[in-house]
Design a protein. Structure first.
Length: 142
């Protein structure tokens, strides 16, 4: 399990999407990295298929909800993507169909958010705690 945790941590370093303003790294306003700058995503045509791609890209389990109208705050910077049309099987949000980058047909009161189950992440954390603390507890009892 620890090995899987290391793998996913390395994988996350190359991810071009993040969730901001939620209660965990697996929930929040969707932000994508494009041309070295973080920007948001318009909520037009935003749905659970799009959310599923974001959750998978972040190793955050299954999508629980796709949120509209800046539920997690408006953010700042460019609104990079709009009319996002994922099939649900894409490996990254950037591979999903959309109107194109930075079309400026949207305003910050309409940025998209996602809540993921976070299940996979919790499994990793439990595995990490198990590996790090159980041997310590066993040693301290001898
Ligand atoms: Ca969509």
């Amino acid at each position: 399990i620890y090995f899987i945790f290391i793998l996913s941590a390395q994988y996350l370093a190359h991810v071009n999407v993040r969730l901001v303003g939620g209660h965990s790294r697996c929930a929040g306003r969707v932000e994508v990295l494009h041309r070295g700058q973080w920007g948001t995503v318009c909520d037009d045509f935003w749905d659970l298929k799009d959310a599923a791609v974001v959750c998978r890209e972040l190793d955050c389990g299954e999508p629980v909800d796709a949120l509209y109208n800046a539920h997690f705050g408006q953010g700042s910077g460019p609104i990079w993507m709009s009319y996002v049309m994922c099939m649900g099987s894409e490996s990254t949000l950037k591979n999903c169909g959309s109107l194109g980058w930075d079309k400026r047909n949207c305003d910050h009161s309409k940025v998209a958010g996602v809540i993921c189950s976070g299940k996979v992440y919790i499994v990793h954390i439990l595995g990490y705690i198990y590996i790090c603390f159980v041997p310590f507890i066993l040693l301290s009892n001898t």
